[in-house]
Design a protein around this ligand. Structure first.
Ligand code: THG
Length: 269
């Protein structure tokens, strides 16, 4: 499973302040922490204030790319910000494709963002939301994913391999039946569409105590269901320990080498 480090997000007060002050040291320290914690990609989110987002994204990407070659996940609901982000992203020789986070099934998002995904040869996260709202069950999630997949591949020439579906897990505190529907939809999307899946794990524990326990238990369930990528805080030791144990148990860690190495490095306890 690919780990997308979520710490550079302006919803976090310390990050928001660092962006306002253009505090390069703070941002780069957050990056190094995530790289050392084995993140595979880095999510960058400049918040929800359109003006601030536009001003900050280019600076942020430059600041991040000074200290890591990991691919970046450009996290914004604003197509203009995504475009500036893709332009600013430097695809170095050993850097992977950028990832756009995100589109939905909504016409406007698709028409504005998918041409950019194609032009810049990026990957894209597609949220299974449509005009009429959020899906209620596994089947609806898969139906929306199929619609997006068809449009992306047929109308925009984007390879299915470049698309990750975010099947939208909802807080278990308010919607207890939704985790089961979510997990089921992972299997269905993989089997019936052959597509990849991603998820922001911490949504599941919203409003409950000891979120790290719920998030890491949920991570184990997602590994079992075949989730391909997770947006998490990689510095959360519980999460990374469960990731290593889970992948070893499901046969995604040859000779349990990652598990053993993590143990030797003291990362499992
Ligand atoms: N799917 C996709 N993208 C996403 C999400 C998703 N991007 C944003 C988010 N969800 C994932 N990223 C974060 C980043 C930081 C935090 C949570 C999710 C975080 N939250 C603190 C908390 O919940 O306690 C609050 C912030 C603070 O004040 O520190 O740190 O689902 N595709």
């Amino acid at each position: 499973m690919k780990i997308i480090g979520e710490r550079i997000n302006a919803t976090r007060k310390s990050v928001r302040e660092a962006m306002e002050k253009k505090d390069i040291g703070f941002i780069q320290k957050e990056i190094v922490l995530q790289v050392e914690s084995c993140a595979n990609l880095i999510d960058v989110n400049c918040g929800s204030n359109p003006q601030a987002e536009m001003e900050n994204i280019e600076w942020l990407i430059k600041t991040v790319q000074e200290v890591t070659n990991l691919p970046l996940v450009i996290d914004s609901s604003n197509p203009e910000v995504i475009e500036i982000g893709l332009k600013s992203y430097v695809n170095k020789s050993n850097t992977g494709r950028a990832m756009v986070n995100s589109i939905t099934a909504e016409k406007e998002k698709i028409e504005r963002i998918l041409p950019l995904v194609k032009k810049y040869n990026a990957d894209v996260i597609a949220l299974t939301i449509e005009e009429k709202g959020m899906p209620e069950n596994a089947r609806e999630r898969v139906d929306i994913a199929k619609r997006i997949l068809d449009i992306a591949t047929k109308d925009y020439g984007i390879s299915a391999d470049n698309i990750y579906f975010d099947l939208l897990v909802r807080p278990v505190s308010t919607e207890p039946g939704q985790v089961k529907e979510f997990l089921e939809s992972i299997g269905l999307v993989k089997q019936s569409l052959g597509a990849k899946t991603v998820c922001g794990l911490s949504n599941v524990s919203f409003g409950l105590p000891n979120r790290s326990l719920l998030n890491s238990t949920f991570l184990a369930m997602c590994i079992s269901a075949g989730l391909d990528a997770a947006i998490i805080d990689p510095t959360d030791k519980n999460m990374m320990a469960v990731l290593r144990a889970g992948e070893a148990l499901i046969g995604k860690d040859e000779y349990c080498m990652n598990y053993i190495t993590s143990h030797r490095e003291g990362k499992l306890s």
